[in-house]
Design a protein around this ligand. Structure first.
Ligand code: IPM
Ligand code: MN
Length: 373
Protein backbone atom coordinates (compact mmCIF):
# COMPACT_ATOMS: atom_id res chain seq x y z
CA UNK A 1 0.00 0.00 0.00
CA UNK A 2 1.00 3.61 -0.50
CA UNK A 3 0.74 6.13 2.34
CA UNK A 4 1.55 9.83 2.58
CA UNK A 5 3.17 10.80 5.86
CA UNK A 6 3.59 14.42 6.88
CA UNK A 7 6.91 14.75 8.69
CA UNK A 8 7.27 17.66 11.13
CA UNK A 9 10.72 17.29 12.70
CA UNK A 10 10.51 20.67 14.46
CA UNK A 11 13.36 21.94 16.64
CA UNK A 12 16.18 20.73 18.87
CA UNK A 13 16.71 16.99 18.65
CA UNK A 14 13.40 16.66 16.75
CA UNK A 15 15.07 16.25 13.35
CA UNK A 16 17.70 13.78 14.65
CA UNK A 17 15.21 11.41 16.25
CA UNK A 18 12.61 11.76 13.49
CA UNK A 19 15.26 10.64 11.00
CA UNK A 20 15.63 7.39 12.92
CA UNK A 21 11.86 6.86 12.90
CA UNK A 22 11.95 7.35 9.13
CA UNK A 23 14.71 4.73 8.90
CA UNK A 24 12.45 2.29 10.75
CA UNK A 25 9.53 3.15 8.44
CA UNK A 26 11.76 2.69 5.39
CA UNK A 27 12.73 -0.75 6.65
CA UNK A 28 9.03 -1.58 7.17
CA UNK A 29 8.29 -0.38 3.63
CA UNK A 30 10.95 -2.66 2.22
CA UNK A 31 10.11 -5.69 4.35
CA UNK A 32 6.33 -5.50 3.90
CA UNK A 33 6.13 -3.99 0.45
CA UNK A 34 4.64 -0.56 1.18
CA UNK A 35 5.43 2.90 -0.07
CA UNK A 36 5.73 5.73 2.45
CA UNK A 37 5.79 9.11 0.80
CA UNK A 38 7.20 11.71 3.21
CA UNK A 39 6.13 15.34 2.99
CA UNK A 40 8.29 17.45 5.26
CA UNK A 41 7.00 20.70 6.78
CA UNK A 42 8.10 23.27 9.36
CA UNK A 43 6.62 23.97 12.78
CA UNK A 44 7.84 25.76 15.91
CA UNK A 45 10.99 27.85 16.27
CA UNK A 46 12.44 26.85 12.89
CA UNK A 47 9.20 28.00 11.22
CA UNK A 48 9.31 31.31 13.11
CA UNK A 49 12.83 31.78 11.82
CA UNK A 50 11.97 31.18 8.17
CA UNK A 51 8.49 32.70 7.98
CA UNK A 52 7.71 34.47 11.26
CA UNK A 53 4.88 32.00 11.81
CA UNK A 54 5.15 28.94 14.12
CA UNK A 55 2.53 27.14 12.00
CA UNK A 56 2.73 28.16 8.34
CA UNK A 57 -0.36 27.56 6.16
CA UNK A 58 1.61 25.13 4.03
CA UNK A 59 2.25 22.92 7.07
CA UNK A 60 -1.47 22.75 7.83
CA UNK A 61 -2.24 21.85 4.20
CA UNK A 62 0.39 19.09 4.13
CA UNK A 63 -0.90 17.67 7.43
CA UNK A 64 -4.54 17.74 6.32
CA UNK A 65 -3.76 15.82 3.14
CA UNK A 66 -1.53 13.19 4.79
CA UNK A 67 -2.59 9.76 6.05
CA UNK A 68 -0.72 10.43 9.29
CA UNK A 69 1.68 12.94 10.85
CA UNK A 70 5.06 12.10 12.33
CA UNK A 71 6.12 14.89 14.69
CA UNK A 72 9.43 15.53 16.50
CA UNK A 73 9.63 18.32 19.10
CA UNK A 74 9.38 22.10 19.26
CA UNK A 75 10.88 24.89 21.31
CA UNK A 76 14.06 26.88 21.70
CA UNK A 77 15.67 28.08 24.94
CA UNK A 78 15.84 31.62 23.59
CA UNK A 79 12.03 31.84 23.80
CA UNK A 80 11.91 30.43 27.33
CA UNK A 81 13.97 33.31 28.66
CA UNK A 82 11.23 35.78 27.78
CA UNK A 83 7.69 34.50 28.47
CA UNK A 84 6.21 37.80 27.29
CA UNK A 85 7.14 37.16 23.64
CA UNK A 86 4.03 37.37 21.46
CA UNK A 87 5.09 34.70 18.96
CA UNK A 88 6.25 31.42 20.48
CA UNK A 89 7.07 27.96 19.10
CA UNK A 90 4.44 26.22 21.31
CA UNK A 91 1.71 28.15 19.53
CA UNK A 92 2.51 26.10 16.43
CA UNK A 93 1.67 22.86 18.21
CA UNK A 94 -1.40 24.21 20.00
CA UNK A 95 -2.78 25.68 16.76
CA UNK A 96 -2.13 22.45 14.89
CA UNK A 97 -4.07 20.48 17.53
CA UNK A 98 -6.97 22.91 17.21
CA UNK A 99 -6.84 23.21 13.42
CA UNK A 100 -6.92 19.43 12.92
CA UNK A 101 -9.19 18.85 15.94
CA UNK A 102 -6.78 16.34 17.49
CA UNK A 103 -8.91 16.03 20.61
CA UNK A 104 -7.62 12.77 22.05
CA UNK A 105 -4.06 12.42 23.28
CA UNK A 106 -3.04 8.83 24.08
CA UNK A 107 0.03 8.31 26.29
CA UNK A 108 0.90 4.67 26.98
CA UNK A 109 3.26 4.11 29.92
CA UNK A 110 4.90 0.75 30.41
CA UNK A 111 7.72 -0.19 32.75
CA UNK A 112 10.15 -1.84 30.34
CA UNK A 113 11.87 -4.61 32.35
CA UNK A 114 15.21 -3.63 30.86
CA UNK A 115 14.84 -0.03 32.10
CA UNK A 116 13.48 -0.55 35.60
CA UNK A 117 16.93 -0.02 37.05
CA UNK A 118 16.96 3.46 35.47
CA UNK A 119 13.86 4.63 37.28
CA UNK A 120 14.29 6.53 40.55
CA UNK A 121 11.32 4.49 41.83
CA UNK A 122 11.76 1.10 43.47
CA UNK A 123 11.59 -2.03 41.29
CA UNK A 124 8.74 -3.64 43.28
CA UNK A 125 6.62 -0.52 42.85
CA UNK A 126 6.90 -0.15 39.10
CA UNK A 127 7.50 -3.65 37.75
CA UNK A 128 4.55 -4.73 35.64
CA UNK A 129 3.07 -1.24 35.23
CA UNK A 130 1.05 -0.93 32.04
CA UNK A 131 -1.25 2.07 31.86
CA UNK A 132 -2.46 4.55 29.30
CA UNK A 133 -3.45 8.18 29.77
CA UNK A 134 -6.29 9.61 27.67
CA UNK A 135 -5.84 13.39 27.80
CA UNK A 136 -8.35 15.78 26.24
CA UNK A 137 -6.28 17.98 23.95
CA UNK A 138 -8.28 20.72 22.25
CA UNK A 139 -10.25 22.41 24.99
CA UNK A 140 -10.15 23.33 28.68
CA UNK A 141 -7.92 25.98 30.17
CA UNK A 142 -5.45 25.75 27.27
CA UNK A 143 -7.96 27.13 24.81
CA UNK A 144 -10.35 29.20 26.93
CA UNK A 145 -10.54 32.97 26.97
CA UNK A 146 -7.34 34.43 28.46
CA UNK A 147 -6.26 37.94 29.23
CA UNK A 148 -3.75 40.06 31.11
CA UNK A 149 -4.77 43.49 32.40
CA UNK A 150 -3.13 46.55 30.81
CA UNK A 151 -1.09 47.31 33.93
CA UNK A 152 0.15 43.68 33.92
CA UNK A 153 -1.03 43.13 37.50
CA UNK A 154 -3.92 40.76 36.83
CA UNK A 155 -4.53 37.87 34.49
CA UNK A 156 -7.02 35.10 33.89
CA UNK A 157 -7.39 31.85 31.95
CA UNK A 158 -10.86 30.42 31.63
CA UNK A 159 -11.45 26.67 31.64
CA UNK A 160 -14.47 25.60 29.60
CA UNK A 161 -15.77 22.19 28.58
CA UNK A 162 -18.90 21.11 26.79
CA UNK A 163 -20.62 17.77 27.26
CA UNK A 164 -19.81 16.84 23.65
CA UNK A 165 -16.12 17.57 24.07
CA UNK A 166 -16.03 15.31 27.12
CA UNK A 167 -18.18 12.60 25.55
CA UNK A 168 -16.11 12.01 22.43
CA UNK A 169 -12.85 11.29 24.26
CA UNK A 170 -14.70 9.35 26.97
CA UNK A 171 -16.00 6.87 24.38
CA UNK A 172 -12.49 6.34 23.03
CA UNK A 173 -11.12 5.80 26.54
CA UNK A 174 -13.84 3.26 27.44
CA UNK A 175 -13.25 1.40 24.17
CA UNK A 176 -9.54 1.21 24.99
CA UNK A 177 -10.35 -0.09 28.50
CA UNK A 178 -12.56 -2.83 27.01
CA UNK A 179 -9.52 -4.16 25.13
CA UNK A 180 -7.22 -3.83 28.15
CA UNK A 181 -7.70 -4.52 31.88
CA UNK A 182 -11.27 -3.09 31.86
CA UNK A 183 -10.70 -0.35 34.38
CA UNK A 184 -11.06 3.38 33.82
CA UNK A 185 -9.98 6.05 36.29
CA UNK A 186 -11.36 9.55 35.83
CA UNK A 187 -9.04 12.17 37.33
CA UNK A 188 -10.60 15.53 38.18
CA UNK A 189 -11.14 18.15 40.91
CA UNK A 190 -14.90 17.82 41.12
CA UNK A 191 -14.72 18.86 44.78
CA UNK A 192 -13.73 22.33 43.53
CA UNK A 193 -14.20 22.87 39.79
CA UNK A 194 -17.44 23.17 37.79
CA UNK A 195 -15.82 21.72 34.68
CA UNK A 196 -14.75 18.68 36.71
CA UNK A 197 -18.35 18.21 37.89
CA UNK A 198 -19.43 18.13 34.26
CA UNK A 199 -16.71 15.56 33.52
CA UNK A 200 -17.97 13.31 36.34
CA UNK A 201 -21.60 13.60 35.28
CA UNK A 202 -20.85 12.94 31.61
CA UNK A 203 -18.41 10.09 32.17
CA UNK A 204 -20.74 8.41 34.69
CA UNK A 205 -23.61 8.55 32.20
CA UNK A 206 -21.51 7.11 29.38
CA UNK A 207 -20.13 4.36 31.65
CA UNK A 208 -23.57 2.66 31.54
CA UNK A 209 -22.84 1.78 27.90
CA UNK A 210 -19.65 -0.02 28.92
CA UNK A 211 -20.87 -2.43 31.58
CA UNK A 212 -17.73 -4.58 31.50
CA UNK A 213 -15.51 -1.68 32.52
CA UNK A 214 -15.09 -0.61 36.16
CA UNK A 215 -15.19 3.17 36.58
CA UNK A 216 -13.23 4.73 39.42
CA UNK A 217 -12.90 8.43 40.32
CA UNK A 218 -9.88 10.14 41.85
CA UNK A 219 -9.27 13.74 42.81
CA UNK A 220 -6.21 15.00 40.98
CA UNK A 221 -4.13 15.71 44.10
CA UNK A 222 -4.75 12.23 45.46
CA UNK A 223 -4.14 10.69 42.03
CA UNK A 224 -0.76 12.42 41.78
CA UNK A 225 0.26 10.53 44.90
CA UNK A 226 -1.33 7.18 44.00
CA UNK A 227 0.27 7.15 40.56
CA UNK A 228 3.71 7.04 42.11
CA UNK A 229 2.81 4.89 45.13
CA UNK A 230 1.09 2.16 43.16
CA UNK A 231 1.15 2.65 39.38
CA UNK A 232 0.20 -1.00 38.75
CA UNK A 233 -3.32 -0.27 39.99
CA UNK A 234 -4.05 1.89 36.92
CA UNK A 235 -5.25 0.80 33.53
CA UNK A 236 -6.87 3.63 31.53
CA UNK A 237 -6.67 7.14 32.99
CA UNK A 238 -9.07 9.71 31.55
CA UNK A 239 -8.59 13.38 32.27
CA UNK A 240 -8.78 16.94 30.96
CA UNK A 241 -6.15 18.92 29.09
CA UNK A 242 -4.20 20.50 31.96
CA UNK A 243 -4.31 17.52 34.35
CA UNK A 244 -3.36 15.28 31.44
CA UNK A 245 -0.33 17.42 30.70
CA UNK A 246 0.89 17.05 34.29
CA UNK A 247 0.07 13.38 34.72
CA UNK A 248 1.74 12.31 31.48
CA UNK A 249 5.01 13.87 32.60
CA UNK A 250 4.67 12.38 36.08
CA UNK A 251 3.97 8.92 34.67
CA UNK A 252 7.00 9.11 32.39
CA UNK A 253 9.23 8.59 35.45
CA UNK A 254 7.78 5.10 35.82
CA UNK A 255 9.06 3.94 32.45
CA UNK A 256 12.67 4.44 33.49
CA UNK A 257 13.33 6.90 30.69
CA UNK A 258 11.24 9.59 29.05
CA UNK A 259 13.35 8.75 25.99
CA UNK A 260 11.20 5.69 25.27
CA UNK A 261 7.70 7.14 25.60
CA UNK A 262 5.58 7.75 22.53
CA UNK A 263 2.16 9.32 22.17
CA UNK A 264 -0.58 9.82 19.64
CA UNK A 265 -3.03 12.68 19.17
CA UNK A 266 -6.15 11.52 17.42
CA UNK A 267 -8.93 13.38 15.65
CA UNK A 268 -11.78 12.24 13.43
CA UNK A 269 -9.85 13.01 10.24
CA UNK A 270 -6.17 13.36 11.19
CA UNK A 271 -3.73 11.92 13.67
CA UNK A 272 -0.30 12.87 14.90
CA UNK A 273 2.39 10.65 16.42
CA UNK A 274 5.14 12.04 18.60
CA UNK A 275 7.71 11.30 21.28
CA UNK A 276 6.71 12.55 24.74
CA UNK A 277 10.09 14.20 25.31
CA UNK A 278 10.94 17.71 24.19
CA UNK A 279 13.78 19.32 22.28
CA UNK A 280 16.64 18.41 24.70
CA UNK A 281 18.75 21.48 23.76
CA UNK A 282 21.94 20.18 25.44
CA UNK A 283 22.03 17.18 23.08
CA UNK A 284 21.40 18.94 19.78
CA UNK A 285 23.80 17.95 17.00
CA UNK A 286 25.70 15.47 19.21
CA UNK A 287 24.04 12.28 17.96
CA UNK A 288 23.35 11.20 21.55
CA UNK A 289 19.56 11.66 21.89
CA UNK A 290 17.47 8.54 22.42
CA UNK A 291 15.52 7.82 19.21
CA UNK A 292 13.33 5.05 20.70
CA UNK A 293 10.40 7.32 21.61
CA UNK A 294 10.27 8.61 18.05
CA UNK A 295 10.63 5.08 16.64
CA UNK A 296 7.84 3.86 18.94
CA UNK A 297 5.67 6.75 17.78
CA UNK A 298 6.21 5.43 14.25
CA UNK A 299 4.98 2.06 15.55
CA UNK A 300 1.84 3.76 16.90
CA UNK A 301 1.41 5.40 13.50
CA UNK A 302 1.57 2.02 11.76
CA UNK A 303 -0.93 0.57 14.22
CA UNK A 304 -3.27 3.46 13.52
CA UNK A 305 -3.03 2.79 9.77
CA UNK A 306 -4.11 -0.78 10.51
CA UNK A 307 -0.62 -2.18 9.84
CA UNK A 308 -0.52 -4.37 12.96
CA UNK A 309 2.15 -6.83 11.91
CA UNK A 310 4.38 -3.97 10.83
CA UNK A 311 3.87 -2.13 14.13
CA UNK A 312 4.74 -5.34 16.00
CA UNK A 313 7.95 -5.67 14.01
CA UNK A 314 9.04 -2.18 15.05
CA UNK A 315 8.17 -2.84 18.69
CA UNK A 316 10.07 -6.13 18.65
CA UNK A 317 13.10 -4.35 17.22
CA UNK A 318 12.96 -1.80 20.03
CA UNK A 319 12.68 -4.58 22.64
CA UNK A 320 15.67 -6.29 21.05
CA UNK A 321 17.77 -3.14 21.19
CA UNK A 322 16.95 -2.87 24.89
CA UNK A 323 17.67 -6.58 25.48
CA UNK A 324 21.05 -6.25 23.81
CA UNK A 325 21.73 -2.94 25.48
CA UNK A 326 22.21 -1.17 22.17
CA UNK A 327 21.07 2.08 23.67
CA UNK A 328 21.98 5.72 23.96
CA UNK A 329 23.77 7.23 26.94
CA UNK A 330 20.60 8.33 28.77
CA UNK A 331 19.98 4.63 29.39
CA UNK A 332 23.45 3.18 29.29
CA UNK A 333 25.38 5.96 30.95
CA UNK A 334 28.13 8.04 29.42
CA UNK A 335 30.65 5.38 28.49
CA UNK A 336 32.30 4.13 25.37
CA UNK A 337 29.77 1.34 24.95
CA UNK A 338 26.74 3.57 24.56
CA UNK A 339 25.39 3.78 21.03
CA UNK A 340 24.73 6.96 19.09
CA UNK A 341 21.28 8.11 17.98
CA UNK A 342 21.93 7.05 14.41
CA UNK A 343 23.47 3.68 15.34
CA UNK A 344 20.39 2.77 17.37
CA UNK A 345 18.31 3.73 14.32
CA UNK A 346 20.54 1.58 12.09
CA UNK A 347 20.16 -1.39 14.40
CA UNK A 348 16.37 -1.07 14.54
CA UNK A 349 16.07 -0.87 10.77
CA UNK A 350 18.50 -3.76 10.32
CA UNK A 351 16.50 -5.90 12.73
CA UNK A 352 13.22 -5.13 10.97
CA UNK A 353 14.78 -6.19 7.68
CA UNK A 354 16.58 -9.30 8.93
CA UNK A 355 14.45 -10.67 11.71
CA UNK A 356 15.07 -14.35 10.97
CA UNK A 357 18.70 -14.57 10.08
CA UNK A 358 20.27 -11.93 12.24
CA UNK A 359 20.87 -13.79 15.49
CA UNK A 360 24.50 -14.19 14.54
CA UNK A 361 24.86 -10.49 13.88
CA UNK A 362 23.46 -9.75 17.31
CA UNK A 363 26.22 -11.68 19.03
CA UNK A 364 28.71 -9.63 17.09
CA UNK A 365 26.91 -6.43 17.91
CA UNK A 366 27.05 -7.33 21.57
CA UNK A 367 30.75 -7.95 21.35
CA UNK A 368 31.11 -4.62 19.59
CA UNK A 369 32.41 -6.28 16.41
CA UNK A 370 29.52 -5.75 14.08
CA UNK A 371 29.73 -3.35 11.21
CA UNK A 372 26.16 -2.34 11.90
CA UNK A 373 27.00 -0.65 15.13
C1 IPM B 1 2.84 18.53 25.58
C2 IPM B 1 3.63 19.80 25.76
C3 IPM B 1 2.77 20.97 25.28
C4 IPM B 1 1.54 21.04 26.16
C5 IPM B 1 3.51 22.31 25.23
C6 IPM B 1 4.74 22.24 24.36
C7 IPM B 1 2.62 23.43 24.78
O1 IPM B 1 4.05 19.96 27.06
O2 IPM B 1 2.59 18.13 24.44
O3 IPM B 1 2.48 17.90 26.59
O4 IPM B 1 1.58 21.66 27.24
O5 IPM B 1 0.53 20.48 25.78
MN1 MN C 1 3.42 18.35 28.40
Amino acid sequence: MKYTIAVLPGDGIGPEVTNQAKKALDAVAEAYDHIFLYKEAEIGACAIETSGNPLPKKTIEICKKADAILYGAIGDPKFDKDPSLKIRPEQGLLQLRKELDLFCNVNPVKAFDQLIKNSPLRREIIKGTDLVIYRELTSGIYFGDKQSSKDGKKAYDICTYSEDEIARITHLAFKAAQDRKRKLTLIDKSNVLETSKLWRKTVTKISKEYKGVTLEYLYADNAAMKLILNPKKFDVILTDNLFGDLFSDEASVISGSIGVLASSSIGDKNSLFAPVHGTFPAAVGKDIANPLASILSAAMLLEHLGLHEEADAVERAVEKSLDLNITTEDIKGKNKYSASTSKVGDFISDYILNQEDSSLNFMNIHAGQSTII
